[in-house]
Write a protein that binds this ligand. Sequence first.
Ligand code: HEC
Length: 149
Amino acid sequence: MKTIRPLLQESRVFVLATSLCLAVSVLAAPVTDPQLEKVVQQGKELFTHNTFNGNGRVCQTCHLSGGLAPGKLPDGKAIPSLANAAAVFPLFKPRQGKVVTLPDQIRNCVGGALEGQAPAYGSDELNALVVYVTSLSQGKAIDMGGKPQ
Ligand code: HEC
């Protein structure tokens, strides 16, 4: 027993250190420009907290872990993460019969999923959401019309 205990403690420290590293690498937005990073953070705040005067949902209600983890609809149905969303947009949406851009998609989610008031094109709010969602795809190769991850 005496020899097992320190081993167990060591492995606990290892697991903790590894989870901390993982958490930091997932949380840290790989954006170096401080002005840009400021808007990334504003967008993240909107994404995680703003209901846009709708039904009480926020983006993160469905797009889990700030959009980085696979998402879940309120009825439990799985949806892809937003980890490469900015890299696959714009894309053709057969249901809408047209090409949809990232700002279009975000406005659609505010109007539809949140039943809220979608921020105007060119507004600081929509720009911040676009900047935040784009930051999730930092480093991903552009793959317009590709598969979401
Ligand atoms: C009720 C659940 C729900 C909420 C809340 C929601 N969305 Fe979505 N979102 C979806 C679904 C479902 C899709 C994929 C289907 C579609 O609409 O094309 C999607 C797709 C997206 C996509 C495109 C992903 C891709 O790769 O195709 C983006 C970007 C996005 N949402 C951003 C947002 C933002 C930003 C918010 C908050 C303003 C938000 N969503 C709120 C359900 C939601």
